[in-house]
Write a protein that binds this ligand. Sequence first.
Ligand code: T4K
Length: 406
Amino acid sequence: MKNTAILAKSNSLRDSKRITLTKVTASRDLSKSEAVEKPVYVTQPALPPLDEFMPYLEQIWTSRKVTNIGQYHQELESALCQFLGVKYISLFANGTIALLIALQVLRIQGEVITTPYSFVATTHAIQWNGLKPVFADIDPDTLTLDPVKIEAAITPQTTAILPVHVYGMTCNVEQINYLADIYGLKVIYDAAHAFGVKKGSQSVLNFGDLSVLSFHGTKIFTTFEGGAIVSQDATMKKRIDFLKNFGFADEVTVVGPGINGKMNEFQAALGLLQLRYFPEHIAKRKALSQHYRAQLGAIQNLRMLPESPDTMYNYAYFPIFVKNSKDISRRDMVYERLKQSGYFGRRYFYPLISHFPAYRGQPSAAPENLPVAERISSEVICLPLYPDLLVSEVNAICEIIKEVLA
Ligand code: T4K
């Protein structure tokens, strides 16, 4: 047996609700191993010390204001505008409902060009609005929508583009902006992964008509569940705020078919506290990402995403891409071996959205139309990455990968 993490003793989750694993402690001595109680997942929410949250809870209990745009909701909107460098932000109960409202508020009709390489909520939001999603292929380096493919997918029915800054990689915002201008299209960025990302000195959230964030428990900035829409002018923010509150403009006026999408006070309070720790969390993520890069750089058949010097990344995910041989999915071999050893990476985004039954019948979902996305989806594994991940755990993961791909 080689000096890598091995499954020493495994009680099935069904039987014991826990797994006992043997993991390598550190690269300094790979022959030493230690039994650990917990599996390592792709992510784990970083939470502030509980005692720091108590004063916020006491305030909520005292005021009895638990939701409907209370003090913490308003404070978090202001704090996020400042922190992210954006003009207007509207908080939501989750990112999916924010996407639904973004399409509603711009009164999008007909066809929306989008990426198959995302979490399924991106396309669901289009479908829930009674619109037709049209898939276009992605760029192999940024994994975001390829502007050439966007242009080729435009028809007289196209009214909007819904690109995704996937893993916090920035879309080609200049070219997308150019296409939107000349064809008269709206642009809504799904920025669920792009909290804190900057292009030059500019927040990437300032491009397009609207940008949508997610603060889900798996995201780098979390309010357990939560989301937001970044908008560029006060009138648009006002309309978004009406729609997230059933369409109420005042006590007796309903301006449109709104919904209940409001973030509550408990979530907003947590967000305020989370902001204090965000820079520390990003620094830890960056260091761990760099450690992964250093360990995995020389492995054959393994690719990592190139970084652009003019972009400030948020290190939300650490995807690797394993080149498959003709008959064998090396990616799945790596993925399964990691799992057996207690390291639960995830194949975000496999399957492609265009493979799901709700969408696979669309002509644009045909694999021949999406060759880059098809390949990338068959190669990807997002490795565990979160502030409390140990360097020794990164080392153990890298050793397993090296062994499988050797
Ligand atoms: N657009 C994009 C591009 C998105 O990625 C997402 C969400 C959305 C839109 C929609 O935003 P929201 O409506 O969610 O705000 C997860 C998340 O549920 C989803 O929010 C996220 N994208 C997507 C990429 O990942 P799953 O099904 O993979 O999550 P789950 O529960 O398997 O969690 C992954 C791992 O994280 C677990 O194995 C353990 C760990 N974990 C998870 C949770 C929920 C924890 O340690 N604690 C937790 O509370 O979808």
